[in-house]
Structures are given as structure tokens and as C-alpha cells.
Design a protein around this ligand. Structure first.
Ligand code: GRF
Length: 257
């Protein structure tokens, strides 16, 4: 079956490990029928830009709201709308099907979100997004709150972006157990490894037409299992796991030599 290739635009602000995972999944032929058209960063010199350049992917640095101070709320809102307007122009210019947030530290405006219903995806490093998602739940704050709470597991969630922060319909979730000696840092590292597997999988399910929304668009139903889809996916994703293992070994050898 020939699939129509879906065009992707990534929005990222930082180190870019999730973006790198997408690059690897595509290069290894695991994630199919997608093309990364451009990576946009709202932070000048964000490490993620270098990852894109090495992979020969177009980049654009757009001045956003993060890391800047504004004289008023109105000025901040104006800067946000300006950023989103430029992004939307890129969406049209590159005929973008899906926008993927990969460590993007800026809140998108309502007009941007509403102009791409169920076409913007995000990954959040928690399992329960009601308890550990929302406006101030970013970076280590998420894991801090988790380890200080009574919960026994955390994880990660890939979801569609809606206007309520981190509360759009979830496509895929993964649980990660909290160990007795876990700190926010150790938990973050363990969850991140799962994020790198889960996010590309969620996108492939979407591209393969296996994600269905409820009529009110508040819930997703995902068909992961029919026609052995999941078995095929895990077989393909083994190549990524081998690559990660190889990268770790060569890094360790380089550090000890
Ligand atoms: C990840 O933990 C992701 O869940 C969150 O931001 C972090 C980004 O990390 N949205 P990276 O830039 O992909 O390494």
C-alpha cells in the first residue's frame, strides 16, 4: 500500500533529545511516510538547532516570548501572536500536516491551536496529566512534584494540543515505576528513554490512520493491535534500540580511553 507522505514541522526550545529520536527513527526506516520539513526554535542557539543542521533539516529561529521580559501583559501577548502568525505562515508554505512540540517552552495562542485542530501533538513527561500537567508543570518541576507525591508510577503521555494546557486527548501513554531511591533527576532520565520510543510510535499510528477521536473530540481511540501492527512496529523499532545501545557503548569507551 502506498501511503501519502505527511509533512512535519517541529517546535522546540532546548536540548532536542525527542527531536533526535524522530530523526533516528526516520533515518533507520522505522517511522514511515513522514517528512520533516522544518524545525522552528524560539530560543537562539538552542542545541536542538544543531541536531537539525547535522541531519540536513531546514531550521528557523523565531523570536518568541520565552526568556524575555515585557513591559506589559499586552506586549507579551502581541509577541506570542506574532510568533504564532509566522509559524502559521510556515505551516502553509511547507504544506504541513502535523506540528510536533518537542520540548517547546512557549504556550501557543488560541488562534493557532484552533486553526489546526487535532494536528498539533505534544509529549508531556507524566502519566496523570490532570495531577502533573498544566501551566507551571514544566521540566524538573513535573518530576519534583511526582517524587514528593504518594503516586507509585509516573510516565509519559503523547496528546493532541488543546487550549487547556496539557489536557488535550491522549493518544498514547506509558507507565514508568517510581523506585525507592528515585530523585527528580533519575526519574526524568528514565522517563525520557520511554519518551523517545513512545512519541514516534504515536505519530506512526496517526499517520497510519489508527487514531480515532470521539465525536466531542475529548478522547482518542487507538488501534494498535489489529493486523499485528504492534508486532511489526516493535520489530522495526529494535533497530533504534540497537543504535542507542551502540551509541552508549562507544560513548563509554571514548570517555574511558
Ligand atoms: C521532555 O521531557 C518532554 O516530555 C517535555 O520537554 C522535554 C524535552 O526534552 N515536553 P528534549 O528537548 O526533547 O530533550
Amino acid at each position: 500500500m502506498i501511503q501519502v507522505v505527511k509533512n512535519l514541522l517541529f517546535l522546540a526550545s532546548g536540548r532536542g533529545s525527542n527531536f533526535k529520536s524522530f530523526v533516528d527513527h526516520i533515518r533507520l526506516g522505522i517511522l514511515k511516510a513522514v517528512a520533516v520539513k522544518i524545525l522552528v526554535s524560539n530560543r537562539v542557539n538552542a542545541p536542538v538547532l544543531e541536531i537539525a543542521r547535522i541531519a540536513d533539516i531546514a531550521t528557523k529561529e523565531l523570536v518568541g516570548t520565552s526568556g524575555r521580559s515585557f513591559v506589559s501583559k499586552e506586549e507579551r501577548e502581541k509577541a506570542r501572536l506574532d510568533f504564532d502568525k509566522q509559524c502559521l505562515e510556515l505551516v502553509h508554505q511547507f504544506s504541513i500536516d502535523y506540528v510536533l512540540l518537542a520540548g517547546f517552552d512557549q504556550i501557543l495562542s488560541k488562534s493557532f491551536v484552533d486553526s489546526m485542530p487535532c494536528r498539533i501533538l505534544n509529549i508531556h513527561p507524566a502519566y496523570d496529566l490532570r495531577a502533573f500537567g498544566g501551566k507551571n508543570m514544566v521540566g524538573s518541576k513535573v518530576h519534583d512534584s511526582v517524587v514528593r507525591s504518594e503516586v507509585r508510577y509516573s510516565g509519559c503521555t503523547v496528546h493532541f494540543v488543546a487550549n487547556e494546557i496539557d489536557q488535550g486527548p491522549a493518544i498514547l501513554k506509558e507507565r514508568v515505576a517510581i523506585l525507592p531511591d528515585d530523585t527528580a533527576g533519575s526519574l526524568e532520565q528514565r522517563i525520557l528513554a520511554y519518551e523517545h520510543l513512545l512519541y514516534p510510535q504515536a505519530l506512526q499510528l496517526l499517520v497510519d490512520g489508527r487514531v480515532f477521536l470521539s465525536d466531542d473530540r475529548t478522547k482518542c481511540y487507538v488501534d494498535r493491535f489489529s493486523d499485528n501492527w504492534d508486532i511489526e512496529w516493535w520489530k522495526r523499532q529494535e533497530a533504534y534500540l540497537r543504535k542507542i545501545q551502540f551509541d552508549t557503548i562507544t560513548l563509554q569507551e571514548a570517555q574511558t580511553s
